[in-house]
Ligand binder design. Structure first.
Ligand code: CAA
Ligand code: NAD
Length: 286
C-alpha cells in the first residue's frame, strides 16, 4: 500500500489552502480543486502569502517555498483527482454540497484503497460515507485554523471506517504532516468543537445582551486566561458563516439550547458579515 504521495484537496478557502500548503511543504504532490477560477486564484494567493511569511520569518528557505509551490496544481475539474491516494474535502460546511462532492469523488477516484477524508467541523462522517460505495475508505480528518500553526488533527472514524484506513490517515497526519492526532467520536462537533462552539456562542450572547463589549470580553479572556485570542476575534477568524453552520448541525444532533445559534449571529451572517475573510465581523479588517 505504501506511503501516500498524491493528495487532492477540494476547496481552497481558509482551511483547504492551509491543508494543501502543509501537504506540499511535506513533499507531497497536491491537486487543489475549487468551484471556479476566481476562488482557485484566491486559494493560490493565500498559500503564496503564507509561504512568503514563512520565508520572511526565516522558517522556510526561498528554495523550499518554490519547491512547495511547484508541487501544487490548481484546477476547477474534479476529474484531476482520479489518480489521488488521499483526497481531503474542505468545502463550505453545507451537508448537501458535501454529499454531492463525496458522490462525485466516489466515481472519479480510481484507486480502490484511496482514502476520502472530510475536514468537516461538525457533520457526521457516517452520512458523508454513505454518499459513496466505499464507506470503509471514508474518514474524518479535522484540522485547525490556521492549519500551518495549529498542531492538532482530530481523526474521526465512522462506524464503517476500515481499521487500515484509520491507521493510514492517522500516519499521514502525524508522520507526514507532523500533527498530533486525537481520536474523536463520530458525533456532531467531535471533541474540540463540542467544547469550543458553546463558548463562542456564549460570548456572542453576552454581546447581544449588552453584558460587555467585544473588546472587553476578548481582553478578559486574553489577559485573564492567557488565551491567544478572545472568543469574538476567534469567531471572526473561523468565519461567522462557518460558526453558524457548525452550531446548527450540533443543535440538530443534540437539541441542547447551548448549541443554538443566537439571533445576533444569524443576523450578521444574513448581512454578509462573515468576519476576517469578508472584511467585517465583530471587528473591522478593512
Ligand atoms: N500561516 C503560517 N503561519 C502563521 C499563520 C498562517 N496563516 N498565522 C500565524 N502564523 C504564525 C506566525 O508566523 C507566528 O510564528 P512565530 O511565532 O514563529 O513568529 C505565529 O503563528 C504567531 O503569529 P502572529 O504573531 O502573526 O499572530 P498571533 O501571535 O496573534 O497568532 C494565531 C495568530 C496563530 C491565529 C493565534 O492568535 C492563535 O493561535 N489563535 C487561536 C486560534 C484557534 O483557536 N484556532 C482554532 C479555531 S477552531 C477550529 O479551527 C475548528 C473548527 O472546526 C472551527
Ligand atoms: P471557506 O468559506 O473559507 O472556504 C470554502 C471554499 O470551498 C470556498 O473557497 C469555496 O469556493 C469552495 N467550494 C465550495 N463548493 C465547492 C465545490 N463544490 N468544489 C470545490 N470547492 C468548493 O471555508 P473554510 O473555513 O475553509 O471551511 C471549509 C471546511 O473546513 C468546512 O467544512 C469547515 O467547517 C471546516 N473547518 C473550518 C475551520 C475554520 O476555522 N474556518 C476549522 C476547521 C474546519
Amino acid at each position: 500500500m505504501g506511503d501516500i504521495t498524491r493528495i487532492g484537496v477540494i476547496g481552497a478557502g481558509l482551511m483547504g489552502s492551509g491543508i494543501a500548503e502543509v501537504a506540499a511543504r511535506a513533499g507531497r504532490d497536491v491537486v487543489v480543486v475549487e468551484a471556479n477560477a476566481a476562488a482557485a486564484d484566491a486559494g493560490r494567493e493565500r498559500i503564496e502569502k503564507s509561504l512568503a511569511r514563512g520565508v520572511e520569518k526565516g522558517k522556510l528557505s526561498a528554495e523550499d517555498r518554490d519547491a512547495a509551490l511547484g508541487r501544487l496544481t490548481f484546477t476547477t475539474d474534479m476529474e484531476a483527482c482520479s489518480d489521488r491516494e488521499l483526497v481531503v474535502e474542505a468545502i463550505a460546511e453545507n451537508e448537501a454540497l458535501k454529499l454531492e462532492v463525496f458522490g462525485k469523488l466516489d466515481r472519479i477516484v480510481q484507486s480502490k484503497d484511496a482514502i476520502l477524508a472530510s475536514n468537516t467541523s461538525s457533520l457526521p462522517i457516517m452520512r458523508l460515507a454513505m454518499a459513496t460505495q466505499r464507506p470503509e475508505y471514508v474518514v474524518g480528518l479535522h484540522f485547525f485554523n490556521p492549519v500551518p500553526v495549529q498542531k492538532l488533527v482530530e481523526l474521526i472514524p465512522s462506524l464503517l471506517t476500515g481499521e487500515e484506513t484509520a491507521k493510514r490517515a492517522e500516519a499521514f497526519a502525524s508522520e507526514v504532516l507532523g500533527k498530533t492526532v486525537i481520536k474523536a467520536p463520530d458525533r456532531a462537533g467531535f471533541v474540540v468543537n463540542a467544547l469550543l462552539v458553546p463558548y463562542l456562542l456564549s460570548a456572542i450572547r453576552m454581546v447581544e445582551a449588552g453584558h460587555a463589549t467585544p473588546e472587553d470580553i476578548d481582553n478578559g479572556m486574553v489577559l485573564g486566561c492567557a488565551h491567544p485570542m478572545g472568543p469574538l476575534r476567534l469567531t471572526d477568524l473561523v468565519g461567522l458563516d462557518t460558526t453558524m453552520a457548525v452550531a446548527e448541525s450540533m443543535y440538530a444532533e443534540y437539541k441542547e439550547p447551548l448549541y443554538a445559534p443566537p439571533p445576533l449571529l444569524r443576523r450578521m451572517v444574513e448581512a454578509g458579515l462573515y468576519g476576517k475573510k469578508s472584511g467585517r465581523g465583530f471587528y473591522d479588517y478593512t
